[in-house]
Write a protein that binds this ligand. Structure first.
Ligand code: GLY
Length: 356
């Protein structure tokens, strides 16, 4: 269980001045990888664009960036080396939602989710059906696996060993130089040290990065989007929290919006984004509402630190009055904010203090 000190620390972490922007202003917040997304979204709000258009075009920048390996093109693949993307959107003013899950070969799943919302009588399309829908609307099929992502996948694949230290993805018994069990590092002589350190880290600890982006405009309209390549090395077809309305994202025009990044399985079990919006409806401030959802996650493990240390989960919340906040299970996280004067990082609150 948590120590009393940790509960106090987490209370202190969210009881400080919460982010606040008086009503009547444009505000965009996002996960920490969303600085550019926030700026793009703010530019669209400033030119009179709709809040959903703003956040979707914001995260599209990140989906198209091969340098962000948690989202869209360049995302880390499933266990078969295939990139599968999840995304969802919610539009406050019209109270509509759209979602795609396990979408392959399309770089911009958030735009597809928006089309599902606008152009179908459904809310969620998955797998082959989602791909056919995207192609029907002119999206091009492309290979989403970058060379860097392929390398990381191959390192992970070759790192799996049976109890004799054997892996089929290496030279066999008949290898001419007898090197059947060369070290993993030796199998990648062309890879530089920095790339190797990164690839072996993601092979050991599969990441679940994602981007969530929420926007409020000066008319009080609010929308949100969450998009991801999901858990690296997942079983094909695994769907995380990002495309689940109520888990990875929830927007209620009367109250506000919330979204999530991190280990989706934990979030789905507490319907995090919906929980946070309901908490705000009943009077909690955004950070407090996020911390309350994280307490539910911790409760699912009876507060067992060893188990909780194996993952992280972050929530972001934006209330209709302009108050906003972010909180993570573990300390040390930040989130992105843009209130019209450029994007910046702010500290997220936390439930648990990481010791090292
Ligand atoms: N939050 C992203 C995922 O778990 O897929």
């Amino acid at each position: 269980m948590f120590s009393r000190r940790e509960w106090l620390l987490s209370s202190a972490a969210f009881s400080g001045a919460a982010g606040y922007q008086a009503g009547g202003r444009d505000i965009v917040i996002a996960s920490s990888n969303g600085l550019s997304a926030c700026q793009r979204a703010m530019d669209i709000l400033r030119s009179g664009g709709d809040t959903l258009e703003a956040v979707v075009e914001g995260v599209t920048l990140v989906e198209l960036d091969p340098g962000d390996m948690s989202v869209g093109y360049g995302g880390l693949p499933n266990e078969e080396g295939v990139v599968e993307l999840d995304a969802c959107v919610m539009h406050g003013p019209t109270r509509r939602a759209g979602s795609v899950a396990s979408l392959r070969n399309i770089k911009t799943p958030a735009r597809v989710a928006k089309l599902v919302m606008e152009q179908t009588d459904h809310i969620m399309l998955a797998g082959e059906g989602a791909l056919r829908f995207a192609k029907a609307y002119g999206f091009q099929e492309e290979n989403l696996l970058t060379e860097r992502a392929r390398l990381a996948w191959l390192v992970w694949k070759k790192s799996l060993r049976d109890n004799r230290g054997h892996n089929n993805w290496g030279p066999g018994l008949d290898a001419p130089d007898g090197k059947t069990s060369a070290s993993l590092r030796d199998a990648f002589p062309e890879v530089d040290e920095a790339t190797w350190a990164w690839a072996s880290e993601v092979a050991r600890r599969p990441p679940t990065g994602t981007i969530n982006c929420l926007a409020l405009n000066s008319k009080g309209e609010i929308s949100g989007v969450t998009t991801t390549s999901g858990l690296a090395w997942k079983i094909p077809g695994r769907v995380g929290d990002s495309p689940i309305i109520g888990a990875g994202l929830y927007v209620d025009q009367d109250v506000g919006a919330a979204g999530s990044t991190g280990r989706g399985e934990e979030n789905i079990r507490v319907a995090g984004a919906h929980t946070i919006v309901e908490n705000m409806r009943h009077g909690m401030e955004p950070r407090e509402a996020c911390i309350d959802a994280l307490k539910r996650v911790a409760r699912n493990y009876n507060g067992n630190r060893e188990k909780l240390a194996k993952f992280d989960l972050s929530f972001y919340a934006l209330r209709k009055d302009g108050q906003y906040g972010g909180a993570s299970l573990w300390s040390g996280r930040k989130f992105a904010v843009n209130t019209g004067t450029g994007s910046r990082h702010e500290d997220a609150a936390h439930l648990l203090e990481r010791k090292n």
